[in-house]
Design a binder for this molecule. Structure first.
Ligand SMILES: [Zn+2]
Length: 574
């Protein structure tokens, strides 16, 4: 009898640990359940319940396998997928979705930076992985031979929920596995995306149909895309620009707060480069001629500068980011990846390269990705330039681990580090930019890929859905030149479109600057020189490639939401 009660205690403890593990790692379960009940989605509710019961059953069969090898194998997989979704939730406060998995894969070269920025979440994920593995792999009580034999038949049963979840995503939608057990759903997402990506054959891009009808507006064009720069941080106080802009207002036409194409780097940059339109997003992203094709057709040498390939990440020399493909890159004459410089010097190296290219006799088109206020913020500036204090400490090693868990670090220290980044990579950068560059025959289009949203326990950008915070999609937008005639024309446009423009107007604006016909410009929408319309601008928060879903998701931005992010009341006038 003694053996039996021991068996019972052992069984009970392991079962209890397993249930606790599942309970604490499925934060969205109750939310999803109450949504299905309150919206009376009873058929989905039944499927949801059946899948949950089945999944729990599978987890039990795995945990009580008598052969250690099965418990170790499945324990490792289940612990890992649970940890990934748990870490994602800890970092941003939202459930891991299919699109997130896709974006994470696209931005895998950022893994080093992400781990360092989200150290707290990474540690939590590590702990969850260890606990999960221990709970499943820990030896179960010894069962009778007969029971053990039957249980042995179920050793590969976890394949089933994974495949079912995967098919649900494939057949139903990318939201189909919402609230389902995180012990299986992340791996199903990876499989579904992998399959969808394999099945997705990129369409061929159109060629540029007709040559420019006018000479270009300037000899050189620079398309300067900053990183994570929010418009209300480019002022030092009400109606006062940062010095880098303030000293050079005679060379700047400020369009105020603009709405970005998306709230995530890769999607925003792809929209800017690939001639995307708001009304036909996926098709244009797939097939429009790229900005490189238009620039080349207009007789420009094309240059790409990527200043985000910092040393903390392992990027291969030709590792394209932001959805760029080898086919697109064929139209780039000179491809720079800024490497082997310290993070605070990335943008200054980029400036050096722009300066060098602008000395060219050949008309040159440059698309440059600044490093700007890339996370982790504290790495973007030299220690001596940390003018806002206190800041988040450099979260490295054990001391970083302790610090990141101390409650004394509030949001303000994160914002301070962000402001120090802006101070160094925007304010000081533009002081040098205007000092060193001759913009007499050059036009610079300056914007950021997306904005930043600061709230405890929330991601700063890349939120999904129609409810994403407006600040994630609000960006500065300026045209710059030292040519008096051009800047006068730009200022007129800026007055007309102040706080009214969006990223979708930039592609037709560039076609205008390159000398393409009005019809050609119009086919991409209105330019910055056209009268604004009454339609609210919006940024995309879904899949722009149409791989996961062909339904595009937009976050509309009201005029009030723009104004909340601006400290300037009227266009810049020197
Ligand atoms: Zn970005």
């Amino acid at each position: 009898m003694k053996i039996n009660s021991n068996l019972l205690v052992n069984f009970g403890l392991k079962a209890l640990a397993l249930v606790a593990f599942v309970y604490f790692t499925n934060q969205n379960f109750s939310q999803r359940l109450s949504y299905l009940i309150s919206d009376q989605k009873y058929s989905i509710l039944i499927v949801f319940t059946v899948l949950w019961v089945f999944s729990i059953l599978v987890l039990f069969t795995v945990s009580f396998q008598q052969k250690a090898i099965y418990r170790i194998f499945w324990g490792a997989i289940i612990a890992l997928t649970t940890a990934i979704s748990y870490g994602f939730y800890a970092a941003g406060g939202s459930e891991l979705e299919v699109l997130d998995v896709f974006e994470l894969w696209q931005a895998r070269h950022e893994a080093g930076r992400a781990v360092s920025y989200f150290m707290d979440a990474t540690i939590k994920a590590g702990v969850v992985a260890l606990i999960g593995f221990a709970v499943i792999a820990y030896p179960p009580p010894k069962l009778s031979n007969k029971t053990a034999k039957y249980l042995g038949y179920t050793a590969w049963l976890p394949v089933l929920p994974i495949l079912i979840f995967c098919s649900l995503i494939y057949i139903k939608s990318d939201r189909a596995v919402a609230g389902l057990p995180k012990q299986f759903s992340p791996i199903s997402m990876v499989m579904a995306i992998g399959y969808k990506s394999l099945m997705h054959t990129p369409q061929e891009r159109d060629t540029v149909k007709s040559a420019p009808v006018k000479p270009p507006k300037a000899k050189h064009l620079v398309y300067l895309i900053d990183e994570s720069v929010s418009p209300n941080y480019i002022y030092s106080r009400q109606d006062q620009y940062l010095k880098g802009f303030d000293d050079n207002l005679n060379k700047i036409a400020d369009f105020g707060v603009a709405v970005s194409g998306s709230n995530c780097s890769a999607r925003s940059n792809a929209i800017l480069r690939l001639g995307a339109t708001r009304d036909n997003l996926i098709q244009t992203v797939r097939t429009s001629p790229s900005i490189w094709q238009y620039a080349k057709k207009a007789g420009f040498k094309t240059v790409y500068i990527d200043a985000q390939a910092s040393g903390i990440m392992a990027t291969k020399p030709n590792d394209y980011q932001n959805y760029m493909t080898a086919t697109e890159a064929q139209y780039i004459d000179k491809f720079y990846k800024v490497k082997d410089v310290e993070s605070p010097q990335l943008d200054y190296k980029l400036l050096e390269l722009i300066k060098k290219e602008l000395l060219s006799d050949v008309p040159t088109f440059i698309y440059a990705n600044k490093n700007g206020a890339h996370f982790p913020y504290a790495e973007n500036y030299p220690e001596s330039e940390a003018i806002y204090q206190p800041v988040v400490p450099n979260q490295n090693g054990l001391s970083g681990l302790m610090d990141s868990n101390s409650k004394s670090i509030g949001m303000q220290s994160v914002i301070n580090a962000y402001k120090n980044s802006i101070h160094w990579t925007v304010d000081k950068f533009f002081q040098q930019f205007f000092d060193e560059l001759d913009l007499d025959d050059t036009v610079v289009v300056y914007t950021s890929d997306h904005g930043q949203y600061f709230k405890e326990g929330s991601t700063t950008h890349c939120s999904s859905g129609e409810g994403a915070p407006a600040a994630e999609g609000l960006v500065p937008l300026m045209l710059m030149s030292s040519n008096d005639g051009l800047i006068a024309k730009f200022n007129e446009a800026a007055t007309l479109n102040f706080n009214k423009s969006d990223h979708f107007s930039l592609f037709p604006t560039l076609l205008n600057l390159l000398g393409y016909s009005e019809d050609m410009q119009k086919s991409y929408g209105s330019t910055l020189f056209d009268e604004p319309n009454d339609r609210n601008a919006a940024f995309n928060t879904g899949d722009i490639l149409g791989i996961i879903s062909i339904n595009t998701i937009w976050r509309e931005v009201t005029q009030e939401e723009r104004l909340e992010n601006s400290l300037v009341t009227s266009p810049a006038k020197d």
